[in-house]
Design a protein around this ligand. Structure first.
Ligand code: NAP
Length: 316
């Protein structure tokens, strides 16, 4: 239940961008509320180990997210656990409609809804989600102790999580559609040095195979030779990228061709008073530190926007 009839800012999303925006909004004395449908932390909280957030040589994704959350709560940031269904821009105020029926009104909005794991879209994938198909090694790796798994993808997430799974499972096949990885050099070096990771290049999965007990293998096709084969595995971890959660973005906000929100340097969208920060925004790279810094910029810019609006209203 919302504590205010009208907020200075509604922050949508409780990942690093949203929580940092919450910290800065409260420090700027804004009436702020953060809406998050799941657990605070977003994608970062399901990341195994984070080794590139300054100040922490290594920290668990969940632990870092919890630190962000506790920090935001220390400023008494109001949080609502609900799903946002629509964002309705207005000239007097903007409205945020929640699945529970409530409508929040605010001078400004920060869209920080991030994104979700992309699907492979092959037969057997969705049917076996939770029965051997997973999009989160930290969450599900434990269930594959001493078993054989495959990781599909060639970006940072696939490499990092293949290394994580190599420590728990008996064997990891890392299956990538090209002959070189997209992920960072340092992770590639570690992958090449890990004896429990077997790399299969130029290969795409065409289906996930299962029986009554769940996943039993993956059907593979070599993209160069066209050769097809079945690879027996107990689990398939799919890390083929990320799709922005753009369904909430209201009409009138400019989007990039790839579906991300376009902003100016203050992270304001093409609708005045609506800002965007983090993985939902069109930016150079997706990193926790970038999401956090964008949350800061968006909150400071929203504070300036609200102050200017209130100043104008007083003069009128
Ligand atoms: P990503 O960088 O977009 O990589 C996705 C991978 O999946 C690519 O290798 C891509 O192949 C492959 N792929 C895409 N569609 C596929 C399909 N249909 N079939 C087979 N393979 C497919 O995604 P990500 O690894 O999730 O990373 C997302 C962002 O988060 C990146 O900016 C990344 O740097 C960042 N990140 C950073 C860290 C960190 O710094 N610790 C950790 C995780 C993620 P191609 O290469 O051929 O396109």
């Amino acid at each position: 239940m919302a504590q205010k009839e009208m907020y200075d800012v509604v922050i949508i999303g409780g990942g690093p961008a949203g929580l940092t925006a919450g910290i800065y909004a409260k420090r700027a004395a804004l009436d702020a509320v953060l809406v998050e449908k799941g657990v605070p932390g977003g994608q970062a909280s399901i990341t195994k180990g984070v080794e590139n957030y300054p100040g922490f040589i290594e920290i668990g994704g969940f632990e870092l997210s919890d630190k962000f959350y506790q920090h935001a709560l220390s400023y008494d940031l109001e949080t609502i656990r609900d799903e946002v269904t629509t964002v309705e821009p207005g000239s007097e105020f903007h409205s945020v409609r929640l699945a529970g029926g409530e409508v929040l009104r605010a001078h400004s909005i920060i869209l920080a809804a991030g994104g979700t794991a992309r699907k492979l879209n092959v037969p057997g994938e969705l049917e076996n989600f939770g029965r051997g198909v997973s999009y989160c090694a930290t969450c599900d790796g434990f269930f594959f102790r001493d078993k054989v798994v495959c990781v599909i993808g060639g970006g940072d997430t696939a490499l990092e999580d293949a290394l994580y799974l190599a420590k728990i499972t008996k064997h990891v096949y890392l299956i990538h559609r090209r002959d070189e990885f997209r992920g960072s050099r340092i992770l590639q070096q570690r992958i090449f040095a890990e004896p429990r990771v077997e790399i299969i290049l130029n290969t795409i999965p065409t289906s996930i195979l299962s029986d009554d007990n769940g996943v039993r293998g993956v059907a593979l096709k070599n993209t160069v030779t066209g050769e097809e084969k079945e690879l027996p595995v107990d689990g398939a971890f799919i890390f083929v990228g990320f799709s922005p959660n753009s369904s909430l973005v209201p009409a009138g906000v400019k989007m990039s061709a790839s579906g991300y929100v376009v902003t100016d340097d203050k992270l304001e969208t093409t609708i005045p008073g609506i800002f965007c920060a983090g993985d939902l925004r069109e930016n150079f790279a997706k990193q926790i530190v970038i999401a956090a810094s964008e949350g800061c910029i968006a909150a400071l810019a929203a504070a300036r926007y609200v102050e200017t609006r209130k100043g104008r209203a007083k003069l009128a």
